[in-house]
Design a binder for this molecule. Structure first.
Ligand code: F6R
Length: 263
């Protein structure tokens, strides 16, 4: 795992957007794993901007989203399908048929989960997976106690997550109680992970995820097992990290980051 600390949320999102743009440029057929949530809004804004100003070409890219609420249709304003269409897919030159999100309205939810997992395998797996982290340490909707080898399945949301996402629905009572989510195991199978974490509200959980023990109580900690995971955070989210000096030293000295240091 590598940790890159940027000055603020905007610089952190910019770095994530640049890494994704580079990936798409190097491999126009890239399979991207995408996340939703407030943290990602800036990244998608920057990718849209990059598409218009730098000509980032998404025409051959395929995408798989981490999760979707059970019971929300694609045209529900709060569904993750609607979020993605609004913030990214509808504003770039991606072929909508290449954008995959679990169907939260499927009559047979376990079959839908199996189908999604197979679809990811069918395209050869995810090249780059974008992740955020919940206040309880979840990645996707892998709430505490999710098996670290879990695959796509239906998960019940915790009261904390329901409260956290409540404002987006107007009231916590409106938040669906279940979601389809890629599993921790599905995420660990991806070739590369980028986790973006910003704001002081995430400082405590980020420290546990990166520097604490690997535990199903903080599913993001499983990323310590991933062969190529980069955590990009801002100073506020990095506040509690013990190894800050070392992480900064790596960023300033490793050749991989040379192009990005000049930004
Ligand atoms: C959503 C997802 C979640 C969010 C997490 C953080 O697709 O995967 O794990 O990344 O809940 O959400 P925000 O960014 O709203 O704090």
């Amino acid at each position: 795992m590598e940790v890159i600390i940027q000055g603020d949320a905007s610089a952190a999102a910019r770095l994530v957007a640049l890494i994704i743009e580079k990936q798409v440029k190097l491999n126009p057929y890239s399979v991207l794993g995408l996340a939703t949530g407030r943290t990602m809004e800036m990244v998608y804004e920057m990718l849209v901007n990059g598409h218009h100003t730098k000509g980032t070409d998404f025409s051959l890219v395929r995408t798989f989203n981490l999760d979707e609420y059970v019971g929300l249709s694609a045209d529900d304003a709060n569904s993750y399908r609607s979020y993605m269409n609004r913030r990214l897919f509808g504003k770039i030159n991606i072929d909508m048929r290449n954008t995959f999100i679990p169907n939260g309205m499927a009559a047979d939810l376990p079959a839908e989960c199996l189908r999604y997992e197979r679809q990811i395998r069918h395209v050869g797996g995810i090249d780059m997976q974008l992740l955020g982290i919940g206040q309880d340490g979840h990645i996707g909707f892998n709430e505490p106690l999710s098996a670290l080898r879990s695959v796509t399945r239906v998960k019940a949301l915790t009261p904390d997550t329901i409260r956290q996402n409540g404002p987006l629905f107007g009231h916590p009572d409106m938040v669906p109680r279940r979601a389809i989510t890629m599993g921790v195991g599905t995420i660990l199978e991806t070739s590369r992970c980028l986790m973006l974490v910003t704001g002081m509200g995430k400082a405590e959980i980020l420290q546990k995820a990166i520097e604490g023990p690997i535990s199903s109580m903080v599913t993001a900690s499983a990323l310590q097992l991933h062969p190529h995971c980069t955590v990009i955070c801002d100073e506020a989210a990095a506040a509690n990290l013990d190894g800050k000096d070392y992480y900064r030293w790596i960023f300033m000295n490793e050749p991989e980051w040379e192009d990005y240091r000049k930004l």
